[in-house]
Design a protein around this ligand. Structure first.
Ligand code: FAD
Length: 516
């Protein structure tokens, strides 16, 4: 291990001009970077690389991702340049937990300053996106506001999509952001760092399937999930209002990919579509007109869980009249349905792509950092990228194959959370110049929610290390506790408890399924 690998002490950096000298760090007892300060006024000197405007204020529109940034944008204002600056890019399951933990420890005690860079304004826990899509979760009510979270937990939130990295100058480059009318909110900016943590998650992988980008919706972001839900409700209202009967294939939904996302979505949609119809769309016959097809290229659904659990889930889905097709490879998505490799055609009005994951394209060539074939940043067991010990990666965007293991750490919420907990501890060691400890992933098992019908899964025995199959109420409690753990990492147990009580009460006065 080279001396710099665990050494957080910043060094002389260049700012497009002569090298600047390092100055002593007042708090951590180590040297840190002296960087010139913008006074904040320069932040409005943006450029206009914008290409698209999001439909709502949640998402920030950006220039296309590229690490080859040609012009040098202005640096953001840093309140205390003498402090070690930890920048986390991506405020999801991994990044937001890490920012909160580091803010509460290092930020609060002014041992380091923490900045979270995130392209969205609010956070929704990704495993809940299928519920947003089905209408059983309301983004407006359940989202965490990044600004408020940052203010409560001693870190800074800077909105913007990372589009490039300049490792020589230790800067993250952000695209300008815009409001729904297309007006610029923030200009292109550079965020200087001493330690960078990449936590940008993953996106679904359509493997270049014809028509997938144009005609299928993925559930990668809250905006996409909301968009799917709005389309769904609109299709139902249209079908109800049309003069003729529901056409074949009209209210059919095909979900491509029967991992946890696709399977959970199928079960959730089955219930909510019936609920939407029950709200008074009485010209639609739920049993006859609605159809959900779940398509999977592998031999069985839920490849990440033991076969027994998958068989149970398949039986349940089929008993609900959900068409489960395994060993079925999609070769084309069309506006009116899905074509399979065996020549079969599944007519569908709505298609969801829920198969495969890959890292964001941004990581493919991020200023020379090593990336896996699926665009994840390759990291060592200390979660440092293989070519730059000052850049870490956690969560879905990290590729970690621990020595002796045959499979990398899976892209799952529990891995993201474990890595953020581990890295929060390691950052303190890094500031104290102690060697970093390796991350060891602990698989606690997998749980799959089949909506209100059931929850199935397997939990790993602590002592035996063997899987224990769980189902029904206990499994559902465990499933819910995963989210509660994420919430408590963000807000603390006490607030989560109050929130749970409040929601239990208000749920009785609200519709079970969101209708707009
Ligand atoms: C529908 C669905 C259901 C799932 N269900 C489960 C489940 O039941 N159990 C389970 O263990 N896992 C589940 N997962 C997987 C789980 O959600 C992920 O493993 C987990 O969210 C990964 O956390 P992360 O922080 O790495 O990424 P994310 O949670 O995806 O967070 C990434 C963040 O980075 C931001 N970002 C991305 N690019 C940029 C950029 N260039 N600049 C600035 N910000 C950026 C994004 O806006 C996002 O906030 C599910 C995933 C989906 C989509």
């Amino acid at each position: 291990m080279s001396p710099s690998e665990n050494d957080p002490s910043p060094r002389t950096i260049t700012m497009g001009g002569p090298a600047e000298k390092a100055t002593p760090d007042k708090l951590a007892g180590q040297e840190t970077i002296a960087r010139p300060l913008n006074d904040g006024r320069s932040e409005d000197a943006g450029n206009s690389q914008r290409t698209s405007v999001a439909a709502d204020t949640q998402t920030v529109s950006t220039a296309p991702p590229t690490s080859a940034v040609t012009s040098r944008p202005d640096r953001i204002w840093i309140p205390d340049p003498s402090l070690h600056h930890i920048v986390i890019v991506g405020g999801g399951a991994a990044g937001l937990e890490l920012a909160t933990k580091l803010g509460d420890s290092l930020g609060r005690r002014r041992k380091a300053q923490i900045t979270l860079v995130e392209r969205a304004r609010t956070h929704i826990w990704k495993p809940h996106l299928h519920e947003v899509a089905a209408g059983t979760m309301d983004v407006g009510r359940d989202a965490v506001d990044y600004l408020a979270q940052a203010s409560d937990h001693h870190f800074r939130y800077r909105i913007g999509e990372m589009i490039g990295l300049d490792r020589a100058n230790r800067e993250v480059h952000l695209a300008p952001s815009h409001d729904a009318e297309g007006h610029e909110v923030t200009p292109a900016r550079a965020v200087p760092y001493d330690t960078l943590v990449m936590a940008v998650g993953s996106t679904s992988n359509d493997f270049g399937t014809a028509g997938a980008k144009e005609f299928a919706i993925s559930l990668d972001t809250a905006d996409e999930a909301v968009r799917f839900h709005q389309r769904l409700v609109n299709r139902f209202i249209r079908a109800h209002a049309q003069p003729g009967p529901v056409r074949p294939g009209q209210l059919h939904v095909t979900i491509i990919g029967a991992g946890a996302t696709g399977t959970e979505l199928a079960a959730e949609l089955h219930r909510t579509t019936r609920q939407v119809v029950a709200y008074g769309l009485d010209r639609i016959d739920a049993e006859k007109d609605l159809k959900i097809t779940l398509v999977e290229a592998a031999e069985r659904i839920l490849p990440a869980v033991p076969p027994r659990v998958a068989e149970g889930a398949t039986r349940l889905l089929r008993s609900l009249d959900i068409d489960v097709r395994t060993q079925a490879r999609v070769i084309e998505v069309r506006p009116d349905g899905v074509r399979l490799a065996d020549g079969d055609f599944i007519p569908s009005e709505l298609v969801v792509w829920a198969a495969g994951v890959k890292g964001p394209d941004l990581l493919k060539d991020l200023d020379g950092l090593e990336a896996s074939r699926s665009n994840q940043l390759v990291v060592t067991p200390t979660l440092q990228t293989t070519r730059d010990p000052d850049v870490f990666a956690i969560g879905d965007c990290a590729f970690l194959l621990n020595p002796g293991e045959t499979r990398p750490v899976p892209p799952r919420a529990q891995a993201a959370s474990q890595q953020s907990t581990h890295l929060a501890k390691q950052m303190k060691r890094r500031l104290d110049r102690k060697p970093l400890q390796p991350f060891v992933y602990r698989d606690f098992g997998s749980l799959v929610s089949l909506g209100e019908y059931s929850t199935v899964g397997n939990l790993m025995g602590f002592l035996t290390g063997k899987g224990l199959m769980v189902e029904g109420y206990f499994a559902r409690l465990m499933y819910r506790s995963l989210y509660k753990m994420h919430q408590s990492a963000l807000h603390g147990w006490w607030r989560v408890m109050l929130d749970t009580i409040a929601r239990t009460l208000t749920r009785r006065t609200e519709p079970r399924v969101k209708l707009h």
